[in-house]
Design a binder for this molecule. Structure first.
Ligand code: GLA
Length: 390
């Protein structure tokens, strides 16, 4: 039973009535354009066929209560500080706070509901962004307000930045809110312009979940973001989006610049070029070129940006040796979790052959123990967030 059906069943069992609103928001993978979003650069994600779903109805008091399949339940009042609300429910609380802070919903209504998800948590597939976007859709529906994907995404990003303390960009939320089935989306993270790019025939993305986990908040993420801001400031630029390769060459000689500034900035500048090149490769159906760009992206994230990890490197290497693999790379924030492979899809069993070959080859590195089994998920690009009519 998928997350939509489970949400409906759980809601009916809990409230003995039909929900007023059912919202869904998918997880994502980023095909290329990694650690470029908070540098005002380009990203190229697609939505996954895995959703977080919320079925809800208005509450009769100011108490908002939610039950999450497998994660327990929570009750809180929106007038309180979201920092007081614990764990996953803080996202639900904080989205209400930020919808109001952004001026979209003056007084977000309290509601009662159930949450289910098919997105494997911690696998770099943006389960928290999906929760934020689905939650924003519930509040806005119950308030009679309609927001654009960019507005929904910005609310989720502010939750991460201001309540969760993670200086992340807008990639995850905008991929979840703005994707279209059968398409990747080129996002300009400065203007928030979206361009849908038909996913090429003859290939499938396979998500490679290593089963290793690392919380972004505890990771080096904030440190990478701060280094990029410093590098842009040394160059006198608003963001590394505006830097050229010549700028990177002169960065080393500037006051205060260290090798890490040069390496991180070089990754960002090259990754932006690779991302627009990948769009061209997709549009011309050049799968080999797309795969090669993904491999270059992985190498740059591993060697210059230093956000890969032993398990991600090992599964990418094993994928590249496996039958029918065109390209592979880590995806998302890095360090642990998931990678992706671009795999030749003959409409018959070529993707199955790849998966079997990879499972036989991949040796989980002992220095980075997994907390969940290795899992592979062949995925076609799926629809962005929306409402389900019951
Ligand atoms: C995480 C963040 C995104 C983005 C990626 C790296 O997923 O949430 O904003 O920075 O890492 O590309």
């Amino acid at each position: 039973m998928n997350a939509i059906q489970r949400a409906l069943d759980n809601f009916r069992a809990s409230y003995n009535s039909e929900p007023t609103v059912v919202a869904r928001a998918p997880g994502r993978v980023n095909i290329i354009g990694e650690h470029t979003d908070y540098n005002d650069g380009f990203v190229l994600p697609m939505a996954l066929p895995f959703d977080t779903v919320i079925a809800a109805r208005p509450a009769s008091s100011d108490q908002l209560s939610v039950a999450s399949d497998g994660f327990g339940s929570a009750t809180f009042t929106l007038a309180d500080d979201p920092a007081q609300t614990t764990q996953w429910a803080r996202y639900v609380h904080a989205v209400g706070t930020m919808l109001s802070a952004e001026g979209h919903v003056a007084d977000p209504p309290a509601w009662q509901g159930v949450i289910t998800t098919d997105i494997p948590p911690g696998a770099s597939l943006s389960s928290s962004a999906a929760l934020e976007v689905a939650t924003a859709l519930v509040y806005t529906s119950l308030s009679g307000v309609s927001l654009s994907p960019g507005q929904l995404a910005r609310v989720g990003q502010r939750v991460e930045n201001e309540i969760m303390g993670l200086p992340s960009g807008i990639l995850d939320q905008l991929a979840s809110a703005g994707s279209q089935a059968g398409h990747a989306t080129l996002i300009d993270c400065r203007s928030l312009d979206l361009r849908t790019i038909a996913f090429p025939q003859g290939a499938t993305i396979v998500v490679l979940d290593t089963g290793t986990r690392r919380e972004l908040v505890e990771s080096e993420y904030a440190n990478r973001q701060a280094t990029c801001v410093e590098a842009a400031q040394m160059l006198g630029l608003d963001a590394l989006r505006d830097a050229t390769t010549d700028d990177i060459d002169r960065l080393a000689s500037l006051d205060g610049a260290e090798q890490r500034h040069v390496d991180r900035a070089r990754h960002v500048v090259n990754e932006d070029v690779r991302t627009t090149d990948a769009v061209e490769a997709m549009e011309s159906g050049d799968l080999e070129r797309l795969g090669a760009l993904m491999v270059q992206s992985h190498e740059s994230l591993r060697d210059l940006y230093e956000v890969s990890g032993p398990a991600l490197d090992a599964i990418v290497d094993a994928a590249l040796e496996s039958t029918n693999c065109i390209g592979a790379r880590m995806t998302g924030g890095g360090f642990a979790g998931g990678a992706i492979a671009l795999v030749a899809d003959d409409g018959d069993d070529s993707v199955g052959v790849f998966c079997e070959d990879l499972m036989g080859r991949y040796e989980p590195p002992p220095e980075q123990p997994a907390v969940a089994p290795t899992k592979l998920y062949p995925c076609q690009p799926s629809a962005g967030a929306g409402y389900i009519s019951t």
